[in-house]
Structures are given as C-alpha cells and as structure tokens.
Write a protein that binds this ligand. Structure first.
Ligand SMILES: Cc1cc2nc3c(=O)[nH]c(=O)nc-3n(C[C@H](O)[C@H](O)[C@H](O)COP(=O)(O)OP(=O)(O)OC[C@H]3O[C@@H](n4cnc5c(N)ncnc54)[C@H](O)[C@@H]3O)c2cc1C
Length: 302
C-alpha cells in the first residue's frame, strides 16, 4: 500500500467495501473513497489523488462493474451529481457526467426533447453510458452527443467532439484514455412529450420482462458483448450461451438469469472470483461450440 499523506486526503473515507457501490454488490475495499456530487468535486478529488501519486478511478452507479474481491488499492471517486441539466436557446442540453441516465431520459421527455427515449431503463450515469457507448433498441448514446468536457489523467480539462472519441458498439476511446466525462452536451429532436413517454413506458415494460431488477437481484446486466456476424450484424451473445448449453450453470452463488442467458446474477453470496470463473466457462463453451470469442462488456476493476 502506498504511503499517503492523510491530511491531503482528509475527505476520503478508508476501507469502504466497493460492494456497496456496485449493482453486483461484489467487491473488496477501496484504499480511499470519496463521493463527488459536482464536477468541481471530481476535479478536486482527482487532483488530490494524483498529487499523492495514488491510482484513482471514477465510477458512477457501478452498474457495469465487477470489482475484485481484494478491492482497489487506490482512490475511488464515486461521481453522482444531481445538478439539473441545462437547456440552451438552440435546443441542445448540457448535463453532468454524474447525472443519472434514467433521470436524464425522463428530463428530455418531459421537455419534449426526443432521441434518447429508447435508452429508458438503462441504469447508471450519463458519464458511464458515454464511456461504454451504452445503448438499447438499436440506439446508442453517442448518436445525440455533440460535445464533452473531459478530465484527463493528469488533471487537465478539454472540450472534445464525439468524432474524437471513436465510438463503436459498446466502446469509446475513453476505455483506453481513462479520461473522465465531466459534462456532456446533447442535441435533440423536438417531439411530443406524450409520445416520448409512451415509448419510455413500452421500453420499461419490455425490460421488466427480460431483465432482473438490479435493486432486487445483484447483477451488472449483459456480461458479454454481442459478437459480430460474418454478415456485419450482431449475434445475441445470450443465444450463443444458451445454445452452448450453459443455461443451468452456476459457480458459488453466481448463475444465469432465467430469461436472458447473457445476464449473470447472484444470490448475494457470490464473490468476484465465482463470477469470473462462471464467465470464463461460458466463453469457453461458446468458443468450443461455435468458434466465437466472447468479450466482456462488464468492466473488471482491480
Ligand atoms: C439490469 C441492467 C440492465 C442494463 N442494460 C443495459 C443496456 O440495455 N444497454 C447498455 O449499454 N448497458 C446496460 N447495462 C449496463 C450499465 O447500466 C451501463 O453500462 C451504464 O451506462 C454504466 O453506467 P455507470 O454509471 O453505472 O458506470 P459504472 O458501472 O460505475 O462504471 C463503468 C465504467 O465506466 C467508467 N465511468 C463511469 N463514470 C464515468 C465518467 N463520468 N467518465 C468516464 N468514465 C466513467 C468507469 O470508470 C468504469 O470503467 C445494464 C446494467 C444492468 C444492471
């Protein structure tokens, strides 16, 4: 463990289990943890950690994370910001990277701003969604993004347009740069709030049928990305996993969700190593059966 001047990290809490901050409810302690409720607080926390030579990591709602049983030997900055989004005169909207995606989708619909309604029900923050280019029903968050303000690994800030972020299916350049989304600006189509809310209601009820409710069942959603097919489309990983005969597999308290084989859930007793072992066995069976490699969508933090 690194030597850290306690004074400079006074507002960080010590040894907090990261299981408390992830929807999988798995993970050992962070050496230091701070809750950042504004972009300024994220910047300050990152500067402090950086100044101490301490590795640091920003997380949002922890809905796409599997944290090691040994935790994270550095500073975790939990970025959850309730500052309301701002609508500009030109109809574009600026929102904090720590704002809840669900609340943002609702905000847009309530203001007759269309384009993100298909993302209704995806848990997490706006920043977490941009990091992984989250999407559903054929729509990805990057499609309406027009600019971002990023914090880099040395504490510098810059405004970056989406074409520099190399968005692709469930991926962005942020995965390699490690930059933090402080703010994002979105365009929108003018739309009838009632029509937007109808789409939201439909998406939510469809999700309710297929997905576990992460407030009741520990999970991080789809574990693997859907691999690309020779024809250029995507093959549902869940179908491959099911057809490879993995449906009833379990390791420790980790098993597959009954109505969606690509979703690993736990009974609350599973450890990260159980989930990793189960996922490795699923990927191995799919590769043996179909010759296709599955890549995790869930981020492993260690
Ligand atoms: C039940 C369920 C259903 C889901 N359905 C979908 C779905 O339909 N489509 C989909 O795409 N995903 C889905 N997910 C996955 C997850 O909700 C998304 O990936 C979400 O966008 C993650 O946001 P988060 O704030 O929780 O990120 P976290 O899990 O906290 O972090 C994930 C990664 O993002 C990085 N990150 C977080 N905040 C920032 C930031 N401000 N700037 C830069 N990087 C950041 C973290 O460092 C980490 O590497 C689902 C998850 C669950 C549990």
């Amino acid at each position: 463990m690194k030597y850290v001047e306690t004074m400079n990290l006074a507002r960080f809490e010590r040894g907090i289990p990261l299981s408390t901050y992830t929807t999988f409810r798995i993970g050992g302690p962070a050496f230091a943890l701070i809750k950042a409720r504004s972009t300024d607080e994220v910047i300050e926390a990152a500067w402090k950690a950086e100044g101490q030579g301490l590795p640091w990591q920003v997380i949002g709602h922890g809905s796409n994370l599997l944290v090691s049983d040994d935790g994270f030997d550095g500073a975790v900055i939990v970025f959850r910001d309730e500052t309301p989004p701002r609508i500009h005169d030109d109809g574009t909207v600026t929102v904090s990277g720590g704002f809840s995606l669900r609340s943002f989708v609702d905000f847009m619909a309530a203001n007759g701003l269309g384009g993100l309604e298909n993302l209704a029900g995806i848990p997490g923050t706006v920043g977490g969604a941009i990091y992984g280019n989250a999407g559903a029903y054929g729509v990805s968050i990057s499609e309406k993004l027009i600019s971002t303000v990023l914090l880099d690994r040395t504490g510098g800030m810059r405004r970056v347009d989406p074409d520099k972020l190399m968005f692709s299916y469930r991926s962005s350049a942020l995965k390699s740069s490690g930059e933090v989304v402080l703010e994002a600006r979105f365009s929108a189509d003018s739309a009838d709030p009632a029509a937007l809310n109808k789409t939201i209601t439909e998406r939510l009820s469809d999700r309710q049928r297929k997905h576990p409710d992460p407030s009741l069942v520990p999970t991080a959603g789809s574990y693997f990305k859907n691999p690309s097919s020779h024809e250029g489309g995507r093959i549902p990983a869940g179908r491959l996993i099911e057809d490879a005969g993995c449906g009833q597999m379990h390791v420790g308290g980790a098993h597959l969700w009954h109505s969606h084989a690509n979703i690993i859930v736990t009974d609350g007793s599973a450890r990260a190593r159980d989930v990793k072992e189960l996922a490795a066995e699923m990927a191995s069976r799919v590769e043996d059966r179909f010759g296709m490699k599955l890549t995790p969508e869930v981020v492993y933090l260690e």
